[in-house]
Design a binder for this molecule. Structure first.
Ligand SMILES: Nc1ncnc2c1ncn2[C@@H]1O[C@H](COP(=O)(O)OP(=O)(O)OP(=O)(O)O)[C@@H](O)[C@H]1O
Length: 357
């Protein structure tokens, strides 16, 4: 069932088209992430869904009802911000129960719901503490409990983990996902952190200058980016500029550097709907490149070798270019050493060719 639907929604601030004709659906119980560079319109979209802004054109539906002109307090939507926004003079319990209290819900119901929400965020023991007596991660858990206690249809989360240090962030990331699954509330989540987006989301929407470029599962946006921008934005990759020489089915051959064909500087990848002769960029992920001693692919020298425990990260030089290569550690093998001469190759299906015209 569709929980939130946007139809051709636009928002203009003066001369800035913050959101440009965006249409998308968020399913009930879905973890949906808005990802994009600074200024791409993520917060504006969230504010439009929350009712803190009204669209200039287009419609917003929540639970099938047109809420485009409905103020925030009339939508069953809550927002969790980066800075927690807790009341400092109220206890954890009172912070979480605040909205229910304001609605004059019966005391027994408040107590039961607050206790339940605090349990869900693992803070049952800290109900009587004041916010000042909590760590950053605990404060954000209180903010989460407060946001779910009222059982909203949709929870909007604006970079809720960005103020936390890396370790707490990882912990809370897992809890957030669990909380979403347990409550079945649709989450619409903003983050700058691509890895967080890939790890948490059912689907990700990628925005650029207020426009929606692609909506897909983490696997789709990482492995089948809709265009070069998405490929460059999500994850790390190597980019090779050149000219498309020939296409066989969807297997393309690219001459690196747009010069005449030079022996040993032709690479392969997948392409769709690009004609030979066009300027292209080939994108290949570090983990899709294989290093070998078996004379397969292009000769290369290891410039840098960084042992990361679970993997080894290499900088190598081949066909006059630098490549970033990532190899998972395998037991019984030792990493290649700096200065060592090896070969690099990749399966043509694992590299993507985009037009740069
Ligand atoms: N109230 C406003 N008045 C004028 N311009 C605004 C206003 N709010 C946002 N903008 C502009 O709209 C564009 C989109 O802003 P928005 O905050 O939605 O981006 P964002 O993707 O959330 O960025 P960030 O990741 O930096 O928070 C930006 O160019 C911004 O300067």
């Amino acid at each position: 069932m569709i929980q939130v639907a946007l139809e051709n929604v636009s928002k203009i601030y003066g001369k800035v088209q913050a959101v440009q004709s965006v249409s998308l659906d968020v399913q009930q119980g879905e973890f949906f992430t808005l990802l994009g560079a600074s200024g791409s319109g993520k917060t504006t979209l969230l504010r439009l869904i929350g009712g803190f802004e009204t669209p200039d054109t287009g419609c917003i539906y929540i639970g099938g009802k047109d809420v485009s002109r409905l103020p925030a307090y009339k939508r069953n939507v809550h927002t969790v911000f980066q800075d927690y926004a807790l009341f400092p003079h109220l206890s954890v319990f009172e912070n979480v129960g605040y909205a229910l209290q304001a609605k004059r819900s019966p005391v027994a119901e408040i107590s039961q719901r607050v206790t339940e929400a605090l349990k869900l965020v693992q803070l049952a023991e800290m109900a009587q503490r004041l916010p000042a007596q909590l760590s950053g991660g605990q404060k954000q858990r209180v903010a989460l409990a407060r946001a779910i206690v009222d059982r909203p249809d949709v929870l909007l989360l604006d970079e809720p983990l960005s103020a936390l240090d890396a370790k707490i962030r990882m912990e809370l990331r897992q809890e957030l996902k669990q909380l979403q699954r347990q409550t079945g509330i649709s989450f619409i989540y903003i983050t700058h952190d691509q890895e967080e987006a890939l790890a948490l989301s059912d689907r990700i929407a990628i925005l650029k200058s207020g426009k929606l470029l692609q909506v897909g599962t983490p696997l789709e946006v990482y492995e089948q980016p809709a265009d070069l921008y998405v490929a460059e934005f999500i994850g790390r990759a190597n980019f090779l500029d050149g000219m498309l020489l020939s296409v066989d089915g969807n297997r393309g051959r690219v001459q690196i550097g747009e010069t005449a064909v030079v022996e040993g500087t032709v690479v392969e990848g997948t392409t769709a709907a690009i004609s030979p002769g066009n300027a292209v960029r080939l994108v290949v992920r570090p983990e899709n490149i294989c290093l070998n001693h078996a004379n397969i692919g292009h000769a290369t020298t290891i410039i840098q070798s960084q042992y990361l425990g679970y993997a080894t990260s290499y900088l190598v030089q081949a066909i006059g270019l630098n490549f970033h290569v990532m190899e998972l550690r395998r037991r019984g093998t030792s990493p290649y050493k700096e200065g060592e001469r090896v070969f690099i190759s990749w399966e043509w299906m694992e590299a993507l060719i985009f037009s740069t015209n």
